[in-house]
Design a binder for this molecule. Structure first.
Ligand code: EPU
Length: 341
């Protein structure tokens, strides 16, 4: 029988550490518990929200009339064997970096560039986590879900997950419908390539290493990552606060003409991606504070909670940043973390 606690502090359930009280909170440790949670939601007439470790999540202030379910289904197992690959299935509640560590110890390549990303396995397909030129979608074979429309467990193959840049079906049409219970990844038995991202290429060039091991790549990524991103355990944050905007090539050219140092990356013939961190820094916001919220001084893409900030402080900060970037560059910034308000 699944038990719920009443009036749980939202700030204890997310790494940004803001938020009011959650009306009901429960933890799902096995798949069967989900049905209990649905019954409870129907009786209480309150919406259900499934979360992982809360590292890409913002809660609003005051009383939030929702039932929050922390997905805590554990377990990692080998579920498929190919000549060159192994399929590994991990429960939604497995810590993401523990899975990466497990695969590296097993000599499997595919997740090493995603080392040290906070959060859980179940959250990885939702925003299609990505870093250093790789994203979860590159290795995901399928996602197991509980479908709330018919009460069945289903396997959604990668091709039907509609993965995009920090995007998937689970953020759009499937939001609220699917509860992710496990994810299967196909990992390679071959030696890893060096992730093709400037910081990583430079790191190994300086060291004179052309064929680093999985462990060495993991170590490099972890070091580079933590030099740019604040540890949520000591400085609460939700990772990148904005997505890198994708704009038409003409806008990219215009910005590059005006600002030759602009970080503009071609995507295809008609679109470019612009580094949001650069836009925010150029708009003069790096290191600025709005009450208890600051733009991180080493990386303008991150907002940090200096302690005791609430959702209203955050609204003021993001409003001011977005407006300035719009005014200066004519570009709309889109928030990256999910929000429950
Ligand atoms: N930049 C600035 N000023 C800043 C921050 C960045 O000029 O204050 C410039 C950098 O110099 C660089 C460019 O912007 O030329 C890109 O910066 P970086 O390599 O740090 O990556 P990012 O685009 O800011 C993305 C992901 C991160 C991921 C890194 C590494 C998004 C929204 N963010 O950040 O993901 O770790 O690439 O691959 O796509 C996350 O999603 O939470 C996250 C941390």
């Amino acid at each position: 029988m699944l038990l719920f606690s009443g009036y749980t502090e939202g700030r204890d359930l997310c790494t940004f550490r803001t938020g009011g009280q959650i009306r009901y909170f429960g933890e799902i440790r096995k798949k069967e518990d989900i049905k209990d949670a649905l019954d409870f939601s129907e009786t209480a007439k309150l919406p259900l929200i499934a979360i992982g470790e809360g590292s890409n999540l913002i809660f609003g202030d005051g009383l939030l009339n929702v039932i929050v379910l922390k997905m805590n289904i554990k377990g990692i197992e080998t579920t498929g064997k190919g000549t060159d690959s192994l399929d590994i299935t991990a429960g939604a509640g497995v810590n993401w970096d523990s899975l990466v560590e497990y695969t590296i110890k097993a000599g499997l390549s595919g997740l090493e560039a995603l080392s040290a990303i906070p959060g859980s396995v179940g959250a990885s397909p939702v925003q299609n986590i990505g870093a250093y030129g790789c994203e979860a979608a590159d290795t995901i074979v399928s996602v197991e879900v509980f479908d709330r429309t018919d009460g069945m467990f289903k396997i959604i193959p990668c091709a039907e997950c509609r993965f995009g840049y920090r995007d998937s079906i689970f953020k759009k049409e499937g939001k609220g419908r699917y509860i992710i219970t496990s994810v299967t990844f196909r990992l390679s038995k071959y030696p890893p390539p060096i992730p093709q991202y400037p910081d990583i290429i430079d790191f190994f060039r300086v060291k004179g290493q052309s064929a680093p091991s999985l462990g060495e790549i993991r170590e490099a990524i972890t070091t580079i990552r933590w030099s740019k991103l604040p540890d949520p355990a000591t400085l609460p944050n939700a990772g990148s606060f904005f997505k890198n905007p994708v704009v038409d090539a003409e806008t990219g050219r215009r910005i590059k003409m005006e600002y030759p140092d602009a970080r503009v990356f071609p995507l295809d013939e008609s679109r470019v991606k612009i580094a949001a961190g650069w836009l925010i820094e150029k708009a003069g916001y790096k290191g600025l504070s709005f009450g208890k919220i600051s733009v991180y001084d080493k990386n303008a893409l991150i907002l940090v909670n200096n302690g005791g900030a609430n959702h209203a402080d955050l609204t003021a900060a993001r409003g001011s940043i977005s407006e300035s970037v719009m005014e200066k560059f004519g570009i709309i910034l889109e928030q990256e973390p999910d929000e429950v308000i």
